[in-house]
Design a binder for this molecule. Structure first.
Ligand code: CP
Length: 295
């Protein structure tokens, strides 16, 4: 079967753990890079990115593969070519894999259905970002082993593809999940997910029992005009400060951070249990493991 990582649903728990374990071994220099045929990978990013695009490029190069970066402004999409024509053009060059970030939900799935090529979803609209979720898990596994931790996910859950993948993955792992958000950043769909392992709170004042607090980026580019005022409302009620962190949970954020909206400068610059840059670092190793999985 031609492999894909479009959604966390594409992976069994065994495959998720294999990717996480391989990434941990890569990070500890305990896994040799397999000699394999050089693959040609297209890295198509139609939305801005620093972490994901660079880490996929670095991961592919560390594995000895060719990777070609294609961004919106450097592609003929910016000259008016349609998305479907651009994809048909790229696929006709017979890449061994396509990594794609797109503002449209489900476009990686449509490409896979049409062309049956190995594909990794690097973020599709507000739907999913499975490799971010896998790197978050690899880092948590490195820290906590197989403990069923309690993790708070706070912020713009409604528009966050990271939250949507993480809620799926952490549910598979039987973690205890606490969603923390105002109602304007939470969809009914999220509320319906609330089961015995997922609870909901609208306040950061009660985060005493958390092993980890994961703050989310407010997805300004996906927020409609009516919700614009919610950013300042959110900031005044939920911007993480040192008082919220008295019980010393680990701190995560997928990045990029909107400073002083989701997390205060003081927390970002001084909090001793921040894992934010460790997440970025693990991103390279997880993407190496994902490429090995794909091939
Ligand atoms: N977390 C994440 O996807 O970051 P980038 O947008 O910088 O790739």
């Amino acid at each position: 079967m031609i492999k894909k990582i479009i959604s966390i649903d594409d992976l069994s728990l065994k495959e998720i753990n294999k990717i996480a374990d391989d990434a941990i071994k890569f990070s500890l220099n305990k896994k040799k890079i397999k000699k394999s045929k050089v693959k040609n990978i297209f890295n198509l990013f139609l939305e801005p990115s620093t972490r994901t695009t660079v880490s996929f490029e670095l991961a592919a190069k560390k594995l000895g593969h060719n990777i070609i970066n294609i961004n919106f402004d450097k592609s003929s999409l910016s000259k008016g070519e349609t998305f479907n024509d651009t994809i048909a053009t790229l696929v006709s060059m017979k890449p061994d894999a396509l990594i794609i970030r797109d503002q449209k939900e489900f476009s990686p799935k449509e490409i896979y259905n049409n062309y049956k090529i190995p594909i990794i979803n690097a973020g599709d609209g507000k739907n999913e970002h499975p490799t971010q979720s896998l790197l978050d898990y690899a880092l948590l596994k490195k820290k906590f082993g197989n403990k069923k931790i309690t993790i708070g996910i706070c912020g713009d859950i409604k528009h966050s593809r990271v939250a949507h993948s993480n809620i799926k993955l952490f549910t598979k792992l039987k973690y205890n999940i606490e969603l923390i958000a105002p109602d304007y950043f939470l969809d009914k769909k999220d509320l319906l997910r609330i089961n015995k392992n997922i609870s909901y709170s609208n306040s950061l004042d009660n985060i005493r029992n958390l092993d980890v607090i994961m703050m989310l980026r407010i997805q300004k580019e996906r927020i409609n005009k009516n919700l614009k005022s919610s950013v300042s409302k959110f900031k005044s009620q939920y911007c993480l400060n040192l008082n919220h962190l008295k019980s010393s949970p680990y701190l995560m954020h997928p990045g990029p951070v909107n400073r002083n909206i989701e997390i205060s400068d003081q927390v970002l610059d001084t909090y001793h249990k921040s894992l934010i840059l460790d997440q970025v670092n693990m991103g390279v190793y997880v993407r190496m493991a994902c490429l090995e999985y794909l091939f």
